[in-house]
Design a protein around this ligand. Sequence first.
Ligand SMILES: *Cc1c(COP(=O)(O)O)cnc(C)c1O
Length: 378
Amino acid sequence: MPQPIPLSEPDVGDAEVQAVVRVLRSGRLSMGPELESFEQAVADRAGRQFGIGVNSGTSGLHLALLAAGIGPGDEVITTPFSFIATVNAILYVGARPVLVDIDPESLNLDPERVARAITDRTRALLPVEVFGNMQHFPAYQKLAERHGLVLVEDCCEALGGEMQGRPAGSFGHAGVFAFYPNKQITAGEGGVIVTDDPAIRDTCRSLRNQGRDGSDWLCHARMGYNYRLDEMSAALGCVQMRRLDEILQARKRVAQWYNQELAELPGVHLPPMARQHPSPASWFVYVVQLADTLAVEARDQVAERLCRAGIGCGKYFPPIHLQPYFLEKSGYRRGDFPICEEVARRSLALPFSSNLRREQVRRVASELTHAVQAVQTM
Ligand SMILES: *Cc1c(COP(=O)(O)O)cnc(C)c1O
């Protein structure tokens, strides 16, 4: 059998290895110069003044909501079609996640449905650039302004993206990026909150560091957390940030190969970003949808076939409202967000990374073609 093709893979080279080794030899393993450089590089890329590094994107979302003053009694509008961290951050601060269905074109929150869902208790919007798609962010920003809401941007999947000339991370009062190894670039683990608001910056810096406020290491002005990002991770992140354009370019090329290979394949819809012109800068994943002419079980059968052929694939995303713990206590039920549920049943993430070669993309496309043909004749 030919080499397996993984669903995702970090793009880490010698420069990254050397940077991490340099930190280890320096003796300064936390709260040092690498953190500051990494924070500044991410903030610059998002067109923001300040960056606050934390140990994950999830921690970043948690702190951004806390720093914006969101808490018990508040409602935060977000999407059921995201990674679980989005909703968990709202639950961590004791607020209520109010889910709104997506639009089937962008797979992001439908702005008209969002407008209808805003009530007296709504305090914030937490939209997500799902799969890197930035469509509707200007619309969410207008809604937040019109209704006096906090806008926190979950841009964990959109680093380096742009919409109407504006970078990902520049739309909200705060934005949060993540650097887990399957993201566009990685720090191993890590996140960066970006903002122009000095109050949000100061609160997040304190909260990530056990509520410390000044130079006295054992004085805690508020209840905080240990969400610090270590220097090895930050150093890795710094090198990756310097390589960001090169990596994004390579990912875009891989996406274009997929677009070409799959354009004529009946029963398979390309990702929404494949239809955008000019082609978007920042691809996070390559997720196709199986057409509704196929049975609803087709996706799982295709995934299983690909898996057996050594091709990694993912079912991004199962709807958040159907996750067992959330279904149990949120009051939401199956059927509440029909568009999200239908999209979730038909989505299939294909192997995607900057390392993929043309012939690997061809092999994935050919296996996918066979798998789809097999389910069509079943
Ligand atoms: C990756 C991701 C996060 C954060 O993930 P961490 O693993 O905590 O860094 C948050 N939201 C979305 C939509 C993501 O894709």
